[in-house]
Design a protein around this ligand. Structure first.
Ligand SMILES: Cc1cc2nc3c(=O)[nH]c(=O)nc-3n(C[C@H](O)[C@H](O)[C@H](O)COP(=O)(O)OP(=O)(O)OC[C@H]3O[C@@H](n4cnc5c(N)ncnc54)[C@H](O)[C@@H]3O)c2cc1C
Ligand SMILES: NC(=O)c1ccc[n+]([C@@H]2O[C@H](COP(=O)([O-])OP(=O)(O)OC[C@H]3O[C@@H](n4cnc5c(N)ncnc54)[C@H](OP(=O)(O)O)[C@@H]3O)[C@@H](O)[C@H]2O)c1
Length: 282
């Protein structure tokens, strides 16, 4: 989908991007610089970043496309790249009848999307009290904010150990996260911060793979603690911190487990032991 109509409707010139100066067609337009499709339900894309956009790794912004009636169709998206990066990564679902992603899934390099430069969110390091071990708990596209935080040196400066638990139905749905995580130790910018601090625990629930099962079951049974050799069977509110991002049911179930272990929900205004954000609504 190339929004050529924007050119004729609302042409203006702006040079606010990290990309080379070019003619832009909408206020808040950013240019797509890369697209990768993972499955028929999941894809990744990268855009230019407005120079004015400052955000904390883990936050989300509103992005979208112009609608048929001229009113933009905007949705919340986690920024999947770290705050130091000069481009912006996004990891997206494709909902076949979804107002935005039925069209967004067809974007190509050189196309434009709308990006409102007002980042917000609770999945930020500032919303947690100091600790030793940080858990990232995600299902599906809920890994997006952690793709940002896993590449932020601050994460490794604040924690001795970082555990990324990601669960999807099928193996191919893990690929985006797996490829990113496998590339980190060798990454020239972030590799030395990551070192051997990052432990990855990917599981599937509907296709055979090395590790199976829901995040919730692997936490309560103690399996993840044993498989990773963590020397404990549950989280300790004195030292463990967690960030959760998945469906509403997933978030609720994980919160109940952590509350049972004595961890409390934090916020920007009142840091505590864990923070939660929905990966989607509905
Ligand atoms: C804080 C926040 C951050 C978000 N970050 C992302 C992100 O980084 N990547 C992303 O793909 N989406 C993200 N979403 C969801 C996103 O806002 C849209 O819902 C999604 O892009 C689909 O838009 P749509 O208009 O096509 O369909 P919608 O009408 O928005 O959704 C239709 C239905 O599709 C399902 N659905 C929507 N999004 C997802 C999803 N991500 N995974 C599984 N099922 C879904 C739900 O059942 C929903 O009711 C986020 C949502 C919130 C609230
Ligand atoms: N993924 C697909 O292939 C697919 C295809 C077509 C349509 N959809 C629809 O798209 C929507 C989103 O699908 P999705 O796969 O991205 O997300 P999802 O249904 O939330 O499932 C993602 C992963 O989270 C697990 N999970 C779900 N609820 C949980 C809970 N309460 N506690 C712990 N783990 C939980 C699932 O395990 P379980 O497998 O055990 O549920 C699965 O491994 C759903 O409405 C689905 O019906 C999905």
């Amino acid at each position: 989908m190339r929004p050529v109509a924007w050119n004729s409707m609302n042409q203006q010139t702006a040079v606010t991007d990290s990309a080379a100066p070019r003619t832009k067609t909408l206020p808040d337009a950013q240019t797509v610089t890369e697209v990768r499709h993972y499955t028929d339900r999941l894809f990744y894309f990268r855009t230019t970043r407005p120079r004015s956009l400052r955000f904390r790794s883990g936050e989300f912004v509103m992005i979208g496309l112009p609608g048929e009636n001229g009113k933009p169709i905007m949705r919340a998206y986690s920024i999947a790249s770290p705050s130091w990066d000069d481009g912006l990564d996004f990891y997206s679902i494709k909902v076949q009848d979804g107002p935005l992603t039925s069209r967004l899934q067809h974007i190509k390099e050189g196309d434009e999307i709308i990006l409102r430069p007002k980042p917000v969110g609770t999945l930020v390091l500032d919303a947690l009290l100091p600790g030793k071990r940080l858990w990232f708990l995600a299902t599906g596209t809920g890994i997006a904010p952690f793709a940002s935080l896993m590449r932020d040196p601050e994460t490794y400066e604040q924690y001795d150990e970082v555990i990324m638990m990601h669960t999807c139905r099928e193996v191919a749905e893990l690929d985006f996260g797996r490829q990113l995580i496998e590339s980190l130790p060798e990454d020239p910018l972030i590799g030395e911060f990551v070192g051997d601090k990052l432990k990855y625990y990917p599981t599937t629930t509907r296709e055979e793979s090395k590790w199976m099962g829901r995040v919730t079951d692997n936490l309560t049974s103690g399996k993840v603690f044993r498989d990773l050799g963590l020397g404990a069977e549950q989280m300790d509110p004195a030292t463990d911190r967690a960030m959760v991002c998945g469906s509403l049911d997933f978030n609720k179930d994980v919160m109940a487990i952590m509350e049972g272990w004595g961890l409390r929900e934090g916020a920007n205004s009142e840091p505590a032991e864990y923070v939660v954000e929905k990966a989607f609504v509905g």
